[in-house]
Design a binder for this molecule. Sequence first.
Ligand SMILES: [Zn+2]
Length: 218
Amino acid sequence: MLSYIDIHTHQLQENPDTFQLLNCIIGKEDFPAQPCSVGIHPWYVNDDIEAQFELLKSQASKENVLAIGECGLDKIIETDWNLQTEIFEKQIQLAKELQKPLIIHCVHAYQEIFAILKDQKATVPIIFHGFNKKAELGNSILNQGYYVSLGTSILKRNQDDFIKSVELNKIFFETDNKSTNVVDIYSYFCSVRKISMSDLQEQIVRNFQNVFRYNNIE
Ligand SMILES: [Zn+2]
């Protein structure tokens, strides 16, 4: 049994204790052989979005694709807002069709994303990745039935309030594009939350199995 789970990374690390879910940006990166998430990132929407979406569709149903994403909305980039919305909505529908969880990229667009998820009746598990905001917003995400994935931002110590109170069955951990070991993120969480590493590890494995329906973490 692997001890740690990193649910969102852009590069595999030399890390034999960790199950790593590699993210593949369709239209930019090659489709990997290992367990992965595939999606169209709002930073990398091609001019021909139909072709890019067809490519995504052809890969997304494969067995090693455990989730759709990262996808979402980003207010600080140039990509046209309507285009971002359109491609995001298509990916929500694809996740629903395939019954796979959705990994969300959200920059300054929480309210807009909440509205779209409701409007699109997104019934699959939804994970807000790289959650680096305060407890109030975190709780509002969880109250809507969604999950959060915490990354290296927690090491800056300004999410301690959230760590102390968050429902443990609603969280994941990730390294994203950082070279930090996910074990350091787990350890920091344990120290603030005052739980044992083994309890946290067990909880995250359960969360992963519930949400990703994947039992081969061995
Ligand atoms: Zn990412």
